[in-house]
Design a protein around this ligand. Structure first.
Ligand SMILES: Nc1ncnc2c1ncn2[C@@H]1O[C@H](COP(=O)(O)OP(=O)(O)O)[C@@H](O)[C@H]1O
Ligand SMILES: [Mg+2]
Length: 372
């Protein structure tokens, strides 16, 4: 099948999609990946807006069920940082889709909207805290994200008064790190794990094809937070395929003989607190339960030491005091969760324990504003 034919299967503007529960009219494209796309839709029974995430039936590895399972887990713990899934269906020989809460712009786009290409410290730290809490929630129900990056977090919609809440998105690369049948023990690490994720934010382990763990999601989170605060990472000009060079940069900032590399990395950042976090995360191993509360405390310390107040507004809503959540992460202890086994067709429910063979179509990030 040619790529044009492949595109043809995705929903068209104004197309009506039917499920057992309702009908949805396609409004606009919100984002597109190699396997499918995300659209805003209008529910026909009440004209309410939602988002649908579609996955082509031809996709080699089906991952939409992973999105679905993870979002179900999130609703079990009543986390406010995940979209609720309301409906799902398959359009035969074209695509499978889930219907979920519609949210706003992702954090990559929100940073690009800033004239200086970075968030102010208050925005970066409040957003960092919410993202950390969402990571702790995800880990609490037994999943690693493995693609922590600004495009996979978004603010809620202004229309629903959720634009101060950060939502975690995109669970296509998630992996369970516990054996659920086995008293929730940590799975034995694989001797080698194919690269997953996005070069710019990928933790050292992923780049060295070492099986990832909870600490690695936090390492990715730190690169993202430094990027928001500084306006750009030292390896920002390198492309996705320059993995070796990006790895060398990430190793250099950890070299005690190169303090200037660390200074450049933490340009414009609260260095004391951020280096404390980096040191702490670097000291963890595959089996470690990270102390999310300690990391959160470091972020709060950076905020108070720099005069950020709870009510200080976010960059994307400068005229209103912050009204988003101020919540401490939990202890990360894994809870029980009902998960649905994967299947080849989203409309059917089959038992399968197939390994994650999806090859992420990693795209280069667009040119960004910020540090040149
Ligand atoms: N529920 C949603 N509401 C609004 N926009 C969304 C929603 N889910 C995803 N998006 C947008 O679509 C983009 C791609 O979605 P994502 O789940 O990350 O899929 P992909 O695997 O293509 O990266 C996101 O960066 C975000 O901007
Ligand atoms: Mg994504």
């Amino acid at each position: 099948m040619s790529s044009e034919e492949g595109e043809d299967v995705l929903p068209k503007d104004d197309e009506i999609l039917k499920t057992k529960k309702d009908k949805y009219k396609v409004i606009t494209l919100l984002g597109k990946g190699g396997y499918g796309a995300v659209f805003s839709v209008e529910r026909q029974s009440d004209k309410m807006r939602f988002a649908i995430k579609c996955e082509k039936s031809s996709a080699v590895k089906k991952v939409l069920l992973m999105d679905c399972n993870v979002l179900k887990g999130a609703s079990q713990i009543k986390s406010k940082h995940f979209c609720t899934v309301l409906d799902r269906a398959a359009v035969k020989d074209r695509f499978n889709f889930i219907v979920m809460k519609l949210i706003g712009k992702n954090l990559w786009d929100l940073r690009q909207d800033r004239p200086d290409g970075r968030f102010n410290l208050n925005t970066a730290l409040k957003t960092a805290s919410q993202c950390l809490v969402s990571i702790e929630h995800l880990h609490r129900f037994g999943y690693l994200h493995r693609d922590i990056k600004p495009g996979n977090f978004a603010a809620g919609q202004k229309e629903t008064n959720e634009h101060h809440i950060i939502f975690m998105l995109d669970f296509g690369l998630c992996r369970e790190f516990v054996n659920r049948k086995d008293g929730k023990d940590i799975r034995t690490p694989r001797t080698s794990a194919p690269f997953r994720g996005t070069t710019r934010y990928a933790p050292l382990s992923a780049m060295q094809q070492i099986d990832q763990a909870r600490k690695d999601d936090i390492e990715g989170w730190l690169y993202m937070v430094v990027e928001w605060t500084s306006g750009g990472l030292p390896w920002r000009k390198l492309k996705a395929q320059d993995r070796e060079k990006v790895l060398a940069f990430k190793q250099e900032i950890r070299n005690p003989a190169k303090p200037e590399a660390l200074d450049d990395f933490f340009y414009n950042c609260p260095k004391k607190e951020f280096s404390r976090i980096m040191k702490y995360v670097d000291g963890l191993n595959y089996y470690s339960l990270p102390d999310y509360q300690f990391i959160y405390f470091c972020i709060q310390h950076a905020a108070s030491a720099n005069g950020c107040k709870d009510s200080d507004p976010l960059d994307w809503d400068p005229d209103h005091p912050y009204s988003g959540p101020i919540e401490t992460p939990g202890d990360g202890k894994v809870i029980d969760l009902e998960v649905e086994a994967g299947g080849d067709d989203f409309s059917k429910r089959k038992d399968s324990t197939k390994k994650d063979k999806r090859k992420k179509n990693e795209k280069d990030l667009p040119e960004e504003k910020g540090r040149k």
